[in-house]
Design a protein around this ligand. Structure first.
Ligand SMILES: [Zn+2]
Length: 189
């Protein structure tokens, strides 16, 4: 199959199944020739090079929480069971993705940051644990007591409190995540 190759020293283009032994323009070694990629292939490579699993998983699960709280408020004020059930579905979806977020973050901490001991890493870890407890606690209450919002009492406020309390936790997690992504080289602590 004919492919296009570009000399990374002088930019000369060669067409053929293999790169040439020597560059006809600059005389550079054939190993300097790299495949010329099409637009789709370039886009896919770029996507693979810049894909950060932790950022995607964290934004996905943490981004569900404001929507969860919105549906909780709608359920509280309208009493509509549709809104009430949506709250549970969103919590369960967030809980399913949370382990991916936690373990990919842990892997990044070990590989990209060499398992550093700066406080920011431990703050992110205990905040993640707290978030899991709050959302897991809310799910446990709702599953154990499906009528929690109608029955009222302390469980209702504990359920709502877990979800509302998780909001500042995701804000802080996002804040520290942003510091690590953008300011780490400038000394984020
Ligand atoms: Zn060349």
């Amino acid at each position: 199959m004919t492919r296009k190759w570009r000399c990374d020293k002088c930019g000369s283009i060669h067409e053929g199944p293999e790169p040439p032994d020597l560059c006809p323009q600059c005389g550079g070694d054939g190993s300097r020739f790299v495949p010329v990629r099409g637009r789709v292939s370039r886009f896919c490579k770029d996507l693979c090079d810049t894909f950060v699993l932790h950022a995607v998983a964290a934004h996905f699960s943490n981004g569900l929480l404001p929507a969860t709280v919105l549906f909780l408020l709608l359920a509280l004020f309208s009493g509509d069971p549709y809104f009430e059930r949506t709250v549970l579905h969103l919590i369960i979806l967030a809980l399913c993705v949370m382990p991916v977020s936690f373990f990919s973050g842990f892997r990044d901490w070990r590989t990209k940051f060499g398992g550093g001991h700066a406080p920011i890493f431990f703050r992110k870890m205990w905040l993640s644990g707290l978030l899991f407890l709050l959302e897991g606690g809310a799910a446990a209450i709702r599953l154990a007591c499906p009528e929690v919002l109608n029955d009222g009492g302390i469980l209702k406020w504990l359920y709502a409190g877990c979800l509302l309390g998780a909001l500042p936790v995701v804000v802080l997690l996002g804040h520290y995540g942003g510091k690590l992504a953008f300011q780490w080289k400038r000394g984020a602590r």
